[in-house]
Design a protein around this ligand. Structure first.
Ligand code: SAM
Ligand code: SF4
Length: 506
């Protein structure tokens, strides 16, 4: 038996040629190696695995995760920016030989990445951290790490209230997480250079890439500039390097991330130049970005979206309010009319585009009439979907000095606004029933359209390789998702045939 995989974590077989090297075998016996693995979809990728087995020159007799390997579990609260930060911290831990687990009981390191944008998000994270006292006590050597925006805002309070927490890393310090993890684990990365390039567990088809940190705006309700600091842009080189890394790990779709992502600049390059450069990276099929600010949706950005095929015709463009008095009080830097003009321009350039938004209800001083203007803007724009937030007072922001409405009033506006957004969203989704959509398969049972609708794939999807784009007929529309079915039983099979035919013709 040339290879025996004893690990249930890894239903894979190994390419023994990857270890067909006596020096490597010697050096890595009972250690970490990189090995080429194929999953059952024949999707090869490099993985860093812990080997606990016997080598000879040609064969790996056994390979498994060393039972002593430390595992880590990550809980992420908040926005995509936090998800991207969690991915980055996971890569640092993986570079130090730790393996991610989805079972907290199996973990030795628990990382809670917190959000503080609204009080509710912060409260949820804090109650989870409180429960970790018992988790930590159950096994010696366990570590608790708290990171992110709430950690930045309340570092001293956290350390005081939860003394069992081993490491607190604020949102401004995520880029230093590697060296902090070294101190926490009392160990070095197996290869310092590999921090970004390490082949690791992050093999998502749709990957996030952070292009900038912080925010130069001062929207009066928002805590983000305080906990994430002023804008810092990554260089084009660094971003493109990271995009290539994600593609090498299996990504086909890249979402560029930043608080005002389209304000990006680097030397003479602006956001539109970055979009083109990312779209040109080999292996990138789709490019998205979040969150753009209306002020920076320039003609060049719109033209790039409309003309570069890889850039998807879908935009999440937060409006926050439909009332000019509120927009001014929020310091949003645009008017209702300017926002509507922008929507018109974008829909003219990309008639099939989808548009979603964020809305805050119950901002201090918002009258019933102001609120109705938000409802009328939603009716007018017909957003494809939207997130409606109840205004939450954030201590230290300018709006915190304005007081706040009773919870019942905010709740009532929230319900009315949500009902409208959901009604329009469902009507728009329903119109897609019966149409055919190209869906990029992200997991065995779901994928996304270019317009960013999530589609559950009905029926037998076994033959579809993750990362394939398949054509589905939409058979059902729900509030948040669509349901689609493969055409003629098995579209992927036909796709393969088309590819084979192209290949034969070439
Ligand atoms: N930078 C993005 C922008 O300007 O559009 C948004 C970042 S913020 C993390 C995401 C959303 O949270 C905002 O668009 C806003 O609707 C909401 N939000 C921010 N602060 C809030 C607060 N104090 N209360 C309620 N919602 C808030
Ligand atoms: Fe907050 Fe405004 Fe910056 Fe967005 S643009 S992160 S809402 S301050």
């Amino acid at each position: 038996m040339p290879f025996q995989n004893r690990s249930h974590d890894f239903p894979l077989h190994a390419d023994t040629s990857a270890v067909d090297n006596p020096d490597l075998a010697k050096a890595t016996l009972n250690g970490l190696i990189e090995i080429l693995l194929h999953d059952n979809l024949d999707f090869p990728r490099l993985k860093r695995v812990q080997v606990d087995g016997v080598f000879d020159r040609k064969l790996v007799h056994s390979i498994q995760y060393n039972r002593q390997t430390m595992k880590f579990f990550v809980r992420t609260y908040g926005c995509q920016m936090n998800v991207a930060d969690s991915n980055e911290m996971s890569r640092h831990l993986a570079a130090r030989g730790l393996v991610e687990t989805v079972d907290p009981d199996d973990a030795s390191v628990m990382l809670v990445n917190t959000c503080t944008v609204r009080q509710h998000a912060e409260d949820r994270a804090f109650s989870e951290i409180g429960r970790l006292r018992r988790w930590k006590a159950k096994q010696s050597g366990r570590k608790v790490v708290v990171t992110g925006c709430a950690a930045e805002r309340t570092k001293e309070y956290l350390e005081d209230r939860f003394p069992f927490v081993d490491l607190v890393v604020g949102a401004k310090s995520i880029e230093d997480f590697g060296s902090m993890a070294d101190r926490l684990l009392d160990r070095r990365a197996t290869d310092e250079e590999l921090d970004y390039a390490v082949p690791c567990v992050n093999d998502k088809i749709a990957a996030f890439v952070t292009i900038m940190r912080g925010c130069n705006y001062s929207c009066t309700y928002c805590i983000v500039p305080y906990v994430r600091g002023r804008e810092i842009y990554h260089s084009m080189e660094q971003i493109l390097g990271e995009v290539r890394d994600r593609v090498r790990e299996g990504a086909r779709e890249i979402t560029l991330l930043g608080q005002t992502v389209n304000s990006y600049r680097s030397g003479d390059s602006r956001f539109a130049d970055l979009l083109r450069a990312v779209a040109a990276v080999d292996g990138v099929d789709r490019v998205r970005f979040i969150s753009p600010h209306p002020y920076y949706m320039t003609d060049r950005v719109i033209e790039t979206m409309a003309t570069v095929p890889e850039v998807c015709e879908s935009l999440h463009l937060p409006v926050q309010s439909g009332c000019n008095t509120m927009l001014k009080a929020m310091a949003r830097n645009y008017t209702r009319e300017q926002y509507l003009g922008l929507v018109k321009k974008m829909r003219h350039a990309m008639p099939g585009m989808t548009l979603s938004t964020d809305i805050i209800v119950g901002f201090p001083g918002e009258t019933e009439d102001d609120f109705r203007q938000t409802l009328s803007l939603i009716e007018e724009v017909q957003f494809d979907w939207g997130f409606v937030f109840k205004y939450s007072t954030r201590e230290g922001t300018p709006a915190a000095k304005l007081g706040s409405y009773p919870e019942a009033l905010i709740e009532e506006r929230h319900q009315r606004c949500l009902e409208l957004v959901d009604r329009i969203a469902l009507a728009k989704r329903s119109k897609l029933v019966g149409t055919e959509q190209d869906v990029l398969v992200e997991e065995s049972s779901f994928g996304r359209t270019r317009t960013n609708y999530k589609v559950h794939i009905n029926g037998d999807v076994a033959p579809i390789a993750l990362g394939e784009e398949v054509r589905l007929r939409i058979i059902n529309a729900q509030r948040a998702t669509l349901e689609g079915e493969l055409q003629n039983g098995n579209v992927t099979f036909e796709n393969f045939r088309e590819k084979d035919a192209d290949h034969a013709r070439a």
